[in-house]
Design a protein around this ligand. Structure first.
Ligand code: F6R
Length: 607
């Protein structure tokens, strides 16, 4: 996930673009850059780090003459966040500059083809390949609009791009496929951007672009074409009433709810480049050299620990790898005796959690290879691990982690499929079915989320007086119970405990009374009868119960929350957002500071 902006008008473009990037920083902030034509020459200025680093560089130069240009703030999904990988990227002629949000999946193939024609590359990015492909198209077609159309017809993947050319100083071309892009229509100025906040101080007139659109803007005009045929496309200009803050949240009240609703895309993005949907195969080139571990030690904190625990159930069942999951702050001090043939998997959204990093160092001291599963490219976990698998979830702004866990579960599922098939422990039919259903999961979740939110709203209102909650689940639903309880307590400040349903009668059942509700997961699997009998025990003590169930199942509880039935482990991807939404709606109803709960920090870089 990155932020892009293009401007053509009558104001100094570079300061305006940088200001727009500041409002897009929530989309990415590990490097930034601008491109513009000034005194007949194309300039590209880039800097790794936060936007402030780019501003320092720009402050040392005269950048006030250009009235058109492009800018990019990056959230790396591939290639470390350094200056060479920052956008814009230029073609070999130095006349074209391109910014890009997305992934060109066949870039290696295209790179080879271009290299054979003499093109050279100075970065590891797919974007530089596309810049040169456009350049090649320009040689053939002699016109930038046609060149862009041709280049995009050769590319596979997802993009929102903006392109400038030294010989066309006021013109910006842009295009989208599967990555967001909107156009802002002003008076004597026009904009393209990943998101509306980028240009909201200048115009509220917006054109939402669709997949397959190709756009040409200058200060006084804008045109939209079909990227493939270049036939003109009709577009409606819409007036936006949002303020900048709510626009950054995509019209949502909080980042947390926005991120919960991003989960269908998070699943799809995590699969990019890793799943061959035609052959129903999972490929994880980033850990190929490691082989299948004989034993796995998972080390993590908080929500990431819950994701690890969830992974344990699946990895043992499907890949037949013995797994131990540990809270990093315990692991680092208890003097663990690690199996030398084992592998450590460190899970961290931020990649900066102090205890998880200490766990990595301890594992390395004992000579074990470490896989870092993290979201932030180039983070400490990524740098210190021997192998890195990125969750590709985009920046998570809300302190309470939601979409990151979804991406971690997706990654654990991919690991189970990959190792399970490589060792032969998992049969081809199960793997193929899972891959097939996984591809359809984002669509299913997208459809279900609005109704789930309504249900969460209704149930949270009914239980808003509760001061304690018990969350119960068995098997893979046990880590989800822990996560549901964590979400509720951290944002609504209601005490909650997650328990393995079968363990409840060994103590916590003493707490149950009519004022102590239980939130259970009673999904349609082989353990349903066991969970049901645990719930009968709760009811016998007068406790009220909300239960996540599947169609046709009667858990006999006060509030059955019916989720569609999915294939095996995929059911967790529906249960998880239900838990998140319940916590969110409760906290919002109680008027809590949802995105920044008291006493918590997004990344815990100290002990
Ligand atoms: C809970 C939450 C925390 C983090 C934990 C680990 O919503 O966000 O429990 O999961 O601090 O953080 P990472 O994954 O960045 O190592």
């Amino acid at each position: 996930m990155c932020g892009i902006i293009g401007y053509s008008g009558h104001r100094p473009a570079v300061p305006l673009i940088v200001e727009g990037l500041r409002r897009l920083e929530y989309r990415g902030y590990d490097s930034a850059g601008v491109g513009f034509v000034q005194a007949g020459e194309l300039s590209v200025i880039r800097a790794p780090g936060k936007l402030g680093e780019l501003e320092k560089k720009l402050a040392r130069q005269n950048v006030f003459q250009a009235t058109a240009g492009i800018g990019h703030t990056r959230w790396a999904t591939h290639g470390v966040p350094n200056e060479a990988n920052a956008h814009p990227h230029r073609d070999n002629s130095g006349k074209i500059a391109l910014i890009h949000n997305g992934i060109i999946e066949n870039y290696l193939e295209l790179k080879k083809e271009l290299a054979a024609k003499g093109y050279t590359f100075s970065s590891q990015t797919d974007t530089e390949v596309l810049a040169n492909l456009i350049s090649e198209g320009l040689k053939e077609k002699g016109d930038l609009t046609k060149a862009l159309s041709w280049a995009l017809s050769r590319a596979d993947g997802a993009w929102a791009i903006a392109v400038i050319h030294q010989d066309m100083p006021g013109v910006i071309h842009a295009a989208r496929r599967s990555s967001p892009l909107v156009m802002g229509i002003g008076t004597g100025e026009n904009f393209v951007a990943s998101d509306i906040p980028a240009f909201l101080p200048y115009t509220r007139e917006v054109v939402f672009l669709d997949d397959g659109d190709l756009v040409r803007i200058d200060a006084d005009s804008w045109e939209v074409f079909d990227a493939a045929t270049l036939a003109p496309r009709e577009k409606k200009v819409q007036h936006i009433a949002w303020d900048v803050q709510s626009a950054q949240k995509g019209g949502h009240k909080h980042f947390m709810i926005k991120e919960i609703f991003e989960q269908p895309k998070v699943i799809a993005d995590c699969l990019v480049g890793r799943v061959d949907h035609e052959a129903n195969l999972v490929d994880l080139p980033e850990i190929e050299a490691l082989g299948v571990p004989e034993r796995l030690h998972i080390v993590a904190c908080g929500t990431s620990f819950h994701a690890g625990l969830w992974g344990m159930y699946l990895l043992e069942k499907w890949a037949k790898i013995p797994v131990q999951v540990e809270i990093a702050s315990e692991f680092r001090y208890r003097g663990p005796i690690l199996d030398k043939k084992g592998v450590v998997l460190a899970i961290s959204q931020s990649g900066e959690t102090a205890d998880t990093l200490a766990g990595i160092r301890l594992a390395k001291e004992q000579g074990l290879p470490v896989i870092g599963l993290c979201n932030v490219v180039g983070s400490s976990v990524a740098r210190e691990s021997d192998y890195v698998m990125y969750t590709q979830a985009g920046p998570e702004i809300s302190v309470a982690s939601t979409k990151a866990m979804c991406s971690q579960l997706t990654s654990m599922l991919l690991l189970a499929l990959y190792w399970g098939r490589r060792s032969g422990a998992l049969d081809q039919d199960t793997a193929a079915r899972c891959v097939r259903e996984l591809a359809m999961l984002p669509q299913l979740l997208e459809k279900e989320l609005p109704g789930m939110r309504e249900q969460a709203q209704r149930l949270s209102r009914l239980h808003a007086e509760a001061t304690s909650f018990l969350y119960l689940g068995r098997d893979a639903c046990y880590p989800l119970a822990l996560e549901g309880a964590l979400k509720l307590k951290e944002i609504s400040y209601i005490h909650a405990e997650g328990y393995a349903a079968g363990e409840m009668k060994h103590g916590p059942i003493a707490l149950i009374d009519p004022k102590f509700p239980t939130f259970a997961m009673a999904l349609d699997d082989e353990l349903f009868p066991k969970v049901k009998s645990n719930l009968v025990e709760v009811q016998a003590r007068g406790g009220t119960i909300i239960a996540l169930v599947n169609p046709g199942l009667d858990a006999g509880v006060d509030h059955s929350w019916v989720l569609p039935k999915a294939f095996g482990p995929l059911n967790s991807f529906l249960a998880l957002p239900a838990l998140q939404l319940f916590a969110y709606e409760m906290a919002d109803y109680l008027g809590k500071d949802v995105d920044q709960p008291r006493n918590l920090a997004k990344s815990v870089t100290v002990e």
